[in-house]
Design a protein around this ligand. Structure first.
Ligand SMILES: Nc1ncnc2c1ncn2[C@@H]1O[C@H](COP(=O)(O)OP(=O)(O)OP(=O)(O)O)[C@@H](O)[C@H]1O
Ligand SMILES: [Mg+2]
Length: 377
């Protein structure tokens, strides 16, 4: 696929090819091995760690051998929307002029689609005027069509957890049944709401139980990211020391999106040599710009939730949120209130729960910028 170049070596949205993609070698080869072995994968991670980037990276490597299809189903609300999203993804996967592209289009046309063209990208958007009850049947025929192709198919469905919000309750069962029969189509199901993804794929009472291999994506290793950043600056004849890159990585908590955002700004603002003062000024500017979002957080939360969020942000990592010390620190009365507020903050995706190397739980705020802002105020 032909790609534009990003305006800086540190894009904050989209995938721009290998050159701008740091590491992920192990994860990439695991995904490729799964695909080659005909096994589907469930890919989960915290928000903005780089799931979509990784999926696109893998597809970029495989697109010569396989038909690579990518559908983001976050905006879908029911199985008709799902059908439209999958059909749109299929027609956008291969150019219409190729022989597979032609076959895809003539097949889609047999389903009598309504075709609209996106005003900005010019890409087709497919929808169908059908009774919602018929969408399952149509989705099945899309998959059956792909199954019959000579080339193998890698179908990535991003934000897959969305299906649990559909009003149709049997969706998981029939989707699993359909997918199970496919030999020529391999899937990557990715999603950021880890509890929902885990429930879909690791709950023994659910249809998708153990139907895929699991890949939990972690942060990019510090040293790899450090080398990558230094190299990208020096490729553009800008000088940055390892120590300064380390400062940037520490400040952003090696959290992919935030690292990219800060590096992007530092890159744009710097002339030749990046100084410690220089990157801090950029970081400060970002916090200032974001301030209104942080105040919005406060308006969205009860005062207990807000106090808890601030206390977690101040600490960075909280291992014992109901301990006496933390209760005093956060100024929240009782362990029961903390537990309730923790639950709400988790549901609102303001904080996340993770495990350290000993398997002990800890809590962090999702938004690294918010954390730095609280710590600075
Ligand atoms: N390995 C990488 N090297 C460099 N940049 C990356 C890498 N992975 C992701 N990015 C960048 O980080 C940002 C966030 O990545 P991405 O959108 O893939 O995350 P995500 O986990 O899918 O997020 P969300 O949960 O919001 O869907 C994007 O700007 C992307 O370009
Ligand atoms: Mg994503």
């Amino acid at each position: 696929m032909k790609r534009n170049r990003p305006t800086t070596p540190f894009p904050t949205t989209g995938y721009y090819g290998e050159e701008f993609f740091c590491n992920r070698e192990e994860e990439t080869s695991m995904l490729i091995n799964n695909v080659n072995g005909g096994q589907s994968t469930t890919l989960v991670a915290l928000r903005r760690i780089g799931k979509t980037g990784l999926v696109k990276h893998v597809q970029n490597k495989l697109e010569k051998e396989l038909i690579c299809i990518y559908a983001d189903i976050l905006p879908t609300e029911n199985s008709s929307d799902l059908l439209n999203a999958l059909a749109t993804a299929i027609v956008n996967a291969v150019p219409e002029r190729t022989s597979i592209g032609k076959k895809i289009w003539s097949f889609i046309k047999t389903l009598r689609p309504v075709i609209n063209y996106d005003a900005l990208s010019g890409q087709p958007n497919i929808s169908f005027n059908i009774h919602p009850n018929d969408s399952a049947y149509h989705i099945e025929s899309l998959f059956t069509f792909l199954e019959k192709q000579e080339k193998r198919v890698l179908f990535a469905i991003d934000e897959f957890q969305q299906i649990v919000n559909y009003p149709e309750k049997n969706i998981e069962a029939w989707l699993r049944k359909t997918i199970q029969q496919l030999k020529n189509v391999v899937f990557i199901f990715s999603g950021s709401q880890q509890h929902l993804m885990n429930d879909i794929f690791s709950n023994p009472s659910k249809p998708f139980y153990r139907s895929t291999l699991f890949l939990q994506l972690k942060k990019i290793p510090f040293n790899e990211y450090q080398d990558f950043i230094q190299e990208k600056f020096s490729d553009s004849r800008k000088e940055i020391s390892k120590e300064i890159v380390a400062e940037i990585l520490n400040w952003t908590d090696v959290y992919t999106y935030f690292v990219q955002l800060l590096c992007n700004r530092v890159y744009l603002s710097s002339k030749k040599k990046i100084s410690s003062v220089g990157w801090r000024q950029e970081a400060y500017k970002i916090l200032k710009e974001q301030e209104y979002i942080f105040f919005e957080y406060r308006d969205l939360l009860t005062s207990q939730q807000w106090n808890l969020l601030k206390a977690i942000a101040r600490e960075g990592k909280v291992k014992a949120p109901t301990s006496k010390e933390f209760l005093i620190e956060s100024g929240i009365g009782s362990p029961a209130t903390v537990r309730r507020s923790l639950d709400s903050l988790l549901k609102k995706e303001m904080i996340y729960k993770d495990y350290d190397h000993e398997g002990k739980t800890f809590y962090c705020v999702y938004d690294v910028l918010f954390q730095r802002w609280i710590q600075a105020n």
